[in-house]
Design a protein around this ligand. Sequence first.
Ligand SMILES: NC(=O)C1=CN([C@@H]2O[C@H](COP(=O)(O)OP(=O)(O)OC[C@H]3O[C@@H](n4cnc5c(N)ncnc54)[C@H](O)[C@@H]3O)[C@@H](O)[C@H]2O)C=CC1
Ligand SMILES: O=C(O)CCC(=O)C(=O)O
Length: 421
Amino acid sequence: MTHPTIYQGPVFDMARRQFDGVADLLDLSPDERDRLLYPKRAMAVTCPIHRDDGSVAVFEGYRVQHHLTLGPTKGGTRFAPNVDLGEVAALAVWMSWKCALSGLPYGGAKGGIAVDPRALSRRELETLSRRYMQEMIPFVGPYTDVMAPDLGTDEQVMAWFMDTYSMYQGRTVTEIVTGKPISAGGTHGRRDATGNGVAHLAGRAMEKLGIDPKSATAVVQGFGNVGSVSAAALARQGVRIVGISDHSVALHDAKGFDIEVILRHVRQTGVLKGFAQQAEIDPKTLPTTACDILVPAALERVIDAGNAAALRCRIIAEGANGPTTPDADAIIEERGDIFVVPDILCNAGGVIVSYFEWVQDLQRLFWDEAEVMRRLYEILDRSFAQVVGRAERLGISNRNAALSIGVQRVRDAKGTRGLFP
Ligand SMILES: NC(=O)C1=CN([C@@H]2O[C@H](COP(=O)(O)OP(=O)(O)OC[C@H]3O[C@@H](n4cnc5c(N)ncnc54)[C@H](O)[C@@H]3O)[C@@H](O)[C@H]2O)C=CC1
Ligand SMILES: O=C(O)CCC(=O)C(=O)O
């Protein structure tokens, strides 16, 4: 096949390089590679809104559905200034490997709008969210593609998506998105699922390395949904959080931060800045701060060839998608002294509980929080054991073990359905 040229940029290159490495490991044929990597379909839309001052602003939006082989596609919607088709496609590809690794009946998807949501008023944000969903109505559905929150979106945005879709159907369709508020058909446990999962698997990694959480330290980059919940959950295990950051500031305190107090500050002011001026550091130095567990929980490509050799952690628990570049992976593998819990394993708690939300919405039968958490940790523990077992057996990195399990499962499903011999 001639390779599609619409998927460009450094994030898609990362997804492609990771895939190529794993395709070599699995000895996939050129035809299998092309069909497995490139998305089934991609939508690009423009979303006009009236700004509060009466002017009209037009924003670009995207949605990429990677494959429909195992069921509907599933994945978050990102509102961030640098969103583009290549980034969204890479995130959709990663969602596919993540869902397959967790054993969920989904292909991957991702979407987004190129916008800084912090620069919009609440009315403008609602109008843009509704317009985006309106543009997507022909392409999504509870059995086609189910959205969820990601960077820059939250439960409220999901409620607006659900409401917009439902108004067009003339009935309430809660199962069209996950990550909704409980009052609008959401599930217990989804809001904190990703961060709780990250901390749970960081705990498993500590167990594996014989690290006592009560004498361990962590650095968390990003203090939104994933970062703040990961930090709070690690602190509950007894881990001292010595470094944190968001887009406004990075803070370091060897004595450790009181995460509950910081959460109150962020709820009141919206940012970390202003919390502890004496603790401010250069954000670039945060990833290389000495600690036991480094949790990147913000953007892609923050651990790269420029800082991988200087990392001073024993575990990387990847809350963010794609925080580590393939060049950095090579350096980390060569060093051999850092245990990586790769993104598609580490942050899968979000989509796992999204799956539970979708199942509950379809059944109109809801579970209590204990049921959700029990099932969540059961899946995460199973995946962790599979990834670490395969890595040790084949002498490969945890990332390649995780990716190869995901890719192999999608390949097998396509094969069984008749595409591959
Ligand atoms: N929300 C979810 O359920 C899931 C999210 N993820 C991934 O986790 C990451 C974070 O997502 P959320 O927490 O949902 O987003 P969010 O929008 O709730 O929070 C993002 C955080 O990152 C911070 N940030 C932005 N730029 C930064 C920079 N240059 N340096 C340091 N911090 C910066 C923001 O200030 C904010 O604190 C993303 O990579 C996302 O794809 C992965 C799985 C599920
Ligand atoms: O909850 C979901 O459906 C997807 C979450 C997500 O976007 C992700 O895991 O990166």
